[in-house]
Write a protein that binds this ligand. Structure first.
Ligand SMILES: C[S@@+](CC[C@H](N)C(=O)[O-])C[C@H]1O[C@@H](n2cnc3c(N)ncnc32)[C@H](O)[C@@H]1O
Length: 216
């Protein structure tokens, strides 16, 4: 009974959400796209020609946005490259290479690195969100783990001018996450785009200008 009431409330909110309506109009798979769009428009993250790795990509709205922003050349190929990863399957997005796997697994990381073939990446985006258990300390640790893995990956693969954008949450370890990002990047900003619901603890961290190794 309680669950039903909650579902109705959620459905009602969802149906009246301007970002949901906009996503339908723009033929995006989810309203999540407007979080990325707002950050991109303010910070000029996405540019044609870039090599982008996108973590936690399903159902694919960010991938659609990236494909549209990169556009295609005369041969119909993307001007740039997008490698997208998710635990779940994802309907194909034209021009985007998709890998299904868990970013926490070493084998999956090796697979991604194999596809990079030594080429550095201009932009790493993560919209990954862990499955929550409801146990605050365990959930905070999962959030922190994903943020650390994204940081490690970016530290190894970003170009000197590259950027890293992650979604994370105001959990117990938030300040430690930001502190670790600041050790590795000259500019670290915390962002709450309009499409991110006020009541949600989610927040984005944008890290730009990686520090050279050893320059902490
Ligand atoms: C909010 S959704 C992403 C929405 C996406 N940005 C879009 O625009 O359609 C978060 C995604 O992160 C994925 N995810 C969570 N943990 C992951 C992990 N360890 N490895 C890969 N994907 C993960 C989930 O499966 C889920 O699809």
């Amino acid at each position: 009974m309680k669950k039903n009431r909650f579902s109705k409330k959620w459905l009602n909110e969802h149906l009246h959400d301007p970002f949901v309506k906009q996503a339908q109009k723009d033929h995006y798979r989810s309203r999540a796209v407007y979080k990325l769009q707002e950050i991109d428009e303010a910070h000029r993250l996405v540019r044609p020609g870039q090599f982008i790795v996108e973590l936690g990509s399903a159902p694919g709205a960010w991938s659609q946005y990236l494909a549209r922003r990169l556009g295609s050349d005369a041969g119909g190929a993307l001007r740039g490259r997008v490698l997208a990863l998710d635990l779940l399957p994802m309907e194909p997005v034209e021009g985007v290479e998709f890998i299904q796997g868990d970013f926490r697994e070493a084998e999956v990381l090796r697979h991604i690195e194999g596809l990079l073939a030594g080429r550095r990446v201009d932009l790493v985006l993560s919209d990954m969100a862990p499955n929550l258990s409801g146990i605050a300390s365990a959930d905070a640790a999962r959030v922190e783990h994903l943020a650390d893995l994204a940081l490690e990956f970016a530290g190894q693969w970003l170009t000197e001018e590259g950027s890293l954008l992650i979604k994370t949450f105001h959990s117990g370890f938030f300040s430690q996450i930001v502190a670790r990002y600041k050790q590795r990047f000259r500019s670290v900003k915390t962002l709450k785009p309009k499409a991110s619901r006020e009541r949600s603890a989610e927040v984005f961290v944008l890290a730009m200008h990686p520090k050279p190794d050893g320059d902490e």
